[in-house]
Design a protein around this ligand. Sequence first.
Ligand SMILES: [Zn+2]
Ligand SMILES: [Zn+2]
Ligand SMILES: [Zn+2]
Ligand SMILES: [Zn+2]
Length: 331
Amino acid sequence: MADAITEITTLKCGTCLFDGVTVEPKHFCVNCQEYICPACAREHRRHKSLREHTILEGNEFPQDVTLFEEMEKLSYCPKHPNVEVDQHCPSHDVLFCSQCLQKDHGLCERVTNVACSLEEISATKKQRELINDLLTKSKAKQTELFKHLEEARINMNAVEIEINSFIQTLKDAVQNIEKTLNEKFTNLTQPFKHSDETLSNIVKKASFYEHMQAIRSRYGTAKQNVALNFTLSVLLKELESNDDSIDSVFSKQIQFLKSNNFEDLISELNQYDVVLRSKDERASDICSDEEDTYEDALDLLQTNKRDEATQVEQLMIANELGPKRPLRVWL
Ligand SMILES: [Zn+2]
Ligand SMILES: [Zn+2]
Ligand SMILES: [Zn+2]
Ligand SMILES: [Zn+2]
């Protein structure tokens, strides 16, 4: 309600406003593009030069004059907003003013006075028909566009799902590789850990008997001396019996073997793509194209040197992870 009041009171009589007085208008002069109050409307009609002006009131009184303003602009030159159009150029298909005539259309053929060409246009089709035509055609195009947009949206969702499932497959494969490598690492390092435990245990015992020897030399019996010697010689034998397995650990080194074609694998992954293709292409070459890409990928993998280090590729094949096909958006 408050808004409606504000809106009404924002309209002011243009003529009275010129004298600094705010008066609510009840009329609108189409020719002057101005709101006027009843007193000014009466005055407007009294002037001979303004007598022909169209003054709107009552039901015809417009709250918004945008359409009138735009209608007024229609008859003015797009390049010279203060000059009315009076020429039509069929080559450029524009209406323009006499100032534009020399400058822009000096060499154009069949430039005619706007009055004549307008008669021509209205003779071919009625304005109402032109508007109907325009509305029907643009709405039909819009409907078609909506259909295509909807198709594209479904298409995009499908491609997004495909991308996500591809990424998931990749992640799963990488996780498998990680698991296998870690398991192998644990197995291979087992002897190192075992030797370390054995040696630590012997060192611990040796250090314990070192302390005991100090006590025994001062307070122990001859029998205890013999027994300690025996225990120490057993411990020494234990150490010597482990020599072979400890030596074999010393002679080895753990190493992580990477694929020789690791860089190729990365660049192969970079060949995945999302592309726009015409619908005709989809029907004709989708199958053969996909097979080619897959075969190329297999070729690449099969030419890799088969040694322990190729387990990355083998796992990729096991997980059907080869670059099977590019991801596509159909539009
Ligand atoms: Zn007034
Ligand atoms: Zn007027
Ligand atoms: Zn102009
Ligand atoms: Zn022209």
